[in-house]
Write a protein that binds this ligand. Structure first.
Ligand SMILES: Nc1nc2c(ncn2[C@@H]2O[C@H](COP(=O)(O)OP(=O)(O)OP(=O)(O)O)[C@@H](O)[C@H]2O)c(=O)[nH]1
Ligand SMILES: [Mg+2]
Length: 459
């Protein structure tokens, strides 16, 4: 039932300053009334919106006090969800917030699904879909830059752009429909030219937006960077150096790393998801072999490979085989252990067209050159200025933009081919539908469910 009152713990479960249990729905205050006693003796129903009272959270069955609490009333429609919202703020302990939630559930609230508060905000028109998704991006942002882009999106920058394009196309569709009974051969030249220009302008805007998707994906998900190479070349040492802590075990025994270790660092705004892997070699040992399989699988799915080699030991056939594994990926080759006497030099690696190669020592060298290389080479256009031009951060948005683009290209072909105007109207309609999926105007219910299922509980 959509209008059932929901409740959830809104703060992370753990020890902290405060813990918040949030209720939303028409019964929120009624339930709150039974489990909260204001010190002033006022009833929650007598408060106006955004008022807060100090008092006790109690178990109405026994009259026992659970904790001191503050009750904050936010009445619909001007609340986060658009419904009546009550927040009970107590001390931040696992047991106390759970107990308060339990009481709310016993009094008739339903435990909220992940993202259900935000979903209600969307369904009640408080947010469009891009803004709801921005809420998730804010919670999950990994760098300041990612946060800024998400906040701009919450402010409506993306929706505004999309709606701007939609308005133009909608205007065009209305014109086309008005002309549908017009014999094609008589379509005024001027009219046709103007129509084309509107479609061109739409295509250009879509093109600009789609071009930001690569950067946007990195901003939201991080650049998936796999450190690969043979055993003992210094992969885990590199991870530790970049993290500035001893995260991974480093020993001089080849085959030390077996499991995948993943950490995120912030490289001047670029979230780098560093993944240390097991060294690749043929092994008889089952556990190591499983580790190697994982490494190979991760290489396949990486955005960037940092391929580490060791110049202090002679090259052998296996080095070339391992290099082959990463040759189709965007990679940087690192020749490590430059502090030791060299057994070979970079020319021995053979032709590595377009691949940056860096000689360094993870023990002694500084990593600035590598960091710069990663930014220049792997983070294309990663210069998102402070302008609030929207960045496409989700595959879902990109997909809809591409479909809208295709529909418009189709419309252009129809127009140029002198085909019936009702066909153009169909193309325009399709483009409008796909753009509407982004903001949530024309989106299907299962897509909505999928989006909100990614949220955390209590959001
Ligand atoms: N001299 C020197 N030794 C290094 C350098 N980088 C790493 N080592 C040493 O090389 C050995 C292996 O380093 P690791 O970082 O464990 O190598 P790995 O590639 O993770 O090895 P596996 O996990 O076994 O695949 C350790 O003894 C490191 O101290 C370097 O630049 N110079
Ligand atoms: Mg290792």
């Amino acid at each position: 039932m959509a209008d059932q009152t929901i409740a959830a713990i809104a703060t992370p479960l753990g020890e902290g300053g405060i813990g918040i249990v949030r209720l939303s729905g028409s019964e929120a205050l009624k339930i709150g009334e039974q489990m909260f006693r204001a010190k002033s003796g006022e009833s929650l129903a007598s408060l106006s919106t955004y008022q807060m009272r100090y008092g006790k959270a109690v178990d109405p069955k026994t009259g026992r006090m659970v904790d001191e609490a503050l009750a904050l009333v936010m009445l619909g429609p001007r609340s986060y969800t658009g419904e009546d919202v009550l927040e009970l703020q107590c001390h931040g302990g696992v047991v106390v917030v759970r107990e308060i939630l339990e009481i709310a559930l016993k009094l008739g609230a339903k435990l909220a699904d992940p993202g259900e508060f935000t979903k209600r905000a969307f369904l009640n028109g408080r947010l469009d879909l891009t803004q709801a998704e921005a809420v998730l991006d804010i919670v999950q942002s990994r760098t300041e830059l990612g946060l800024r882009v998400a906040v701009d999106q919450l402010e409506g920058s993306l929706a505004k752009r999309i709606n701007g394009i939609r308005e133009h196309l909608y205007g065009l569709m209305v014109r086309v429909e008005a002309l549908i009974d017009f014999p094609e051969e008589d379509l005024p030249e001027l009219e046709q030219q103007e129509m084309k220009e509107i479609i061109y302008a739409g295509l250009e805007e879509l093109g600009h937006l789609i071009a930001t998707a690569e950067e946007g994906k990195i901003l939201r998900e991080g650049l998936k960077t796999v450190i690969s190479g043979k055993p003992n070349v210094g992969k885990s040492s590199l991870l530790n150096r970049l993290l500035d802590e001893n995260r991974a075990l480093v020993t001089d025994i080849p085959g030390t790393t077996r499991d995948v270790i993943e950490e995120v660092i912030n490289l001047r705004g670029l979230p780098l998801r560093l993944i240390d892997t097991a060294g690749i070699r043929k092994s008889e040992h089952l556990v190591e072999r499983l580790g190697v399989e994982r490494s190979l699988d991760l290489i396949e799915r990486a955005d960037l490979i940092l391929h580490v080699t060791d110049r202090s030991v002679p090259l052998e056939a296996e080095d070339y085989e391992v290099l082959e594994r990463t040759k189709n990926k965007k990679r940087i080759i690192l020749i490590n252990k430059a502090d030791l006497p060299a057994q070979w030099d970079r020319a021995d690696l053979g032709v590595l067209e377009g691949t940056p190669v860096l000689e360094t020592s993870f023990l002694q060298g500084d990593l600035n050159q590598l960091k710069k290389l990663i930014l220049d080479y792997a983070g294309p256009g990663f210069q998102h200025s402070s302008s609030s031009a929207p960045v496409i951060t989700r595959a879902r948005h990109k997909q809809s933009l591409i479909l809208a683009q295709k529909a418009l290209q189709e419309g252009l072909r129809t127009l140029e081919g002198g085909l019936p105007l009702d066909l153009i109207a169909v193309d325009l309609f399709n483009a409008l539908e796909h753009l509407g999926e982004i903001t949530g105007e024309t989106v299907r219910e299962n897509v909505i469910d999928r989006i909100f299922a990614q949220f955390c509980l209590g959001k």
